[in-house]
Design a protein around this ligand. Structure first.
Ligand SMILES: [Zn+2]
Ligand SMILES: [Zn+2]
Length: 382
């Protein structure tokens, strides 16, 4: 049998993946209340595929959705008591394709971007689908085709999910399900580096805050050739992980003033870029003291309350500040390519695995950082 025939046989065999009529899914009742229930396996529209969820990671934004609602929005309002399934950092296997879909086939392993976007507004047309002007308009007469799974449409804390083909990212055979759930986080870090100017070989980068996005920003910045890459934070375990992911220097801000440390390392010059991933109230002011004149700062996190900012310093020093939302402009594909090439060990960030039924326990590990939990993954199938 030739390779081609073997391949064809394999694809015929894959077309036999059976799909049940109903599935297990978690839904959000009142704030903070998740309930495991049975739902019908969702139907497909054109340009959509059905993904069997193999693994899904918990993200800080899921905690926001569970407790506060926003940024999730169902039928124009809060997502509570609407039979809504959260969860957005998932990966899985395509088990069914909608009409006209020949870009992907049954059996393909995929990670997913969160935002499909409406595809018809000005921002979507620019590739900025995470800033879709029709966010949340995906129901009834106001349906503009927008989808953000886990935010405005059902997400991945379930056995199956519907995804638009624009949200799919190929997962190579050698990558585990758990590691593939990190692709979307890597995509957000990549999008931040895009905002700062893209290719940064030989340029210097500070990442403030070693949460999942900050750690990914370190890994991707280094994979793109940034030098030096300096990570700041408060916890040694996270900072050490940052060093393993590619940081040249890690500064514990409880032991050393971070601005002084950056000046020391760069011989007084400051850095080209700061990626702010801490959300600390003073972070932007400090970042302005870390970059050189004409430097660029990207805000990937934000404080809970409004903060005072020294705007005169910003202007006098021609400093650029950007805010990013999500992972637009197909940044996820570029981040996934670096992971597929094993440019860094993303799987170091995965610390815990639970079954679908154990979701509340998994959330507890994530929120309370039990056993230094970073990325807590729910293994749904396989
Ligand atoms: Zn997330
Ligand atoms: Zn749009």
């Amino acid at each position: 049998m030739s390779k081609l025939e073997a391949g064809m046989e394999a694809s015929v065999r894959k077309k036999e993946i059976s799909v049940p009529k109903s599935m297990k899914a978690w839904v959000l009742d009142n704030p903070g209340e998740l309930r495991l229930t049975e739902k019908l396996v969702p139907k497909l529209g054109p340009a959509e595929v059905l993904v069997r969820v193999d693994a899904v990671a918990i993200c800080a934004t899921d905690v926001e959705v569970l407790t506060k609602g926003l940024p999730a929005m169902i039928e124009g309002g809060a997502p509570f008591n609407k039979n809504f399934t959260p969860g957005h950092e998932y990966m899985g296997t395509i088990v069914k394709v909608g009409t006209g879909v020949d870009e992907w086939g049954i059996g393909d392993r995929v990670a997913v971007e969160v935002h499909a976007g409406c595809g018809r507004c000005e921002r979507c047309r620019m590739g900025m689908y995470t800033s879709c002007l029709n966010y949340g308009l995906n129901y009834g007469e106001k349906n503009k085709g927008h989808r953000a799974n886990g935010f405005t449409t059902d997400g991945g804390f379930a056995e199956y999910a519907v995804n638009h083909i624009n949200t799919l990212v190929h997962v190579p055979d050698h990558m585990t399900d758990e590691e593939a759930t990190l692709i979307v986080t890597a995509g957000t870090a990549m999008y931040g580096l895009d905002a700062l100017g893209g290719l940064i070989a030989g340029e210097s980068l500070v990442v403030t805050g070693p949460g999942p996005i900050g750690l990914m920003a370190v890994a991707i910045g280094k994979a793109l050739g940034a030098q030096p890459v300096i990570l700041t934070g408060t916890r040694d375990a996270r900072l050490n992980l940052g060093m393993r992911l590619g940081a040249d220097h890690a500064i514990n801000v409880r032991k050393e003033d971070p601005v002084g440390a950056v000046k020391r390392i760069t011989l007084g010059r400051g850095v080209h870029y700061v990626m702010e991933c801490s959300g600390a109230p003073h972070a932007l002011n400090e970042a302005m003291d870390m970059v050189n004149r004409g430097g660029r700062i990207c805000l990937a996190a934000f404080p809970a309350e409004p903060v005072l900012v020294d705007l005169a310093k910003l202007t006098h020093n021609n400093i650029y500040v950007f805010g990013i939302r999500g992972e637009g402009r197909s940044a996820t594909h570029r981040a996934a390519a670096l992971m597929a090439q094993r440019r860094f060990e993303a799987k170091l960030m995965h610390t815990h695995t639970f079954a679908l039924e154990e979701l509340p326990t998994a959330f507890r590990y994530f929120r309370e950082r039990i056993e230094d939990a970073i990325k807590v993954v729910i293994k749904v199938h396989g």
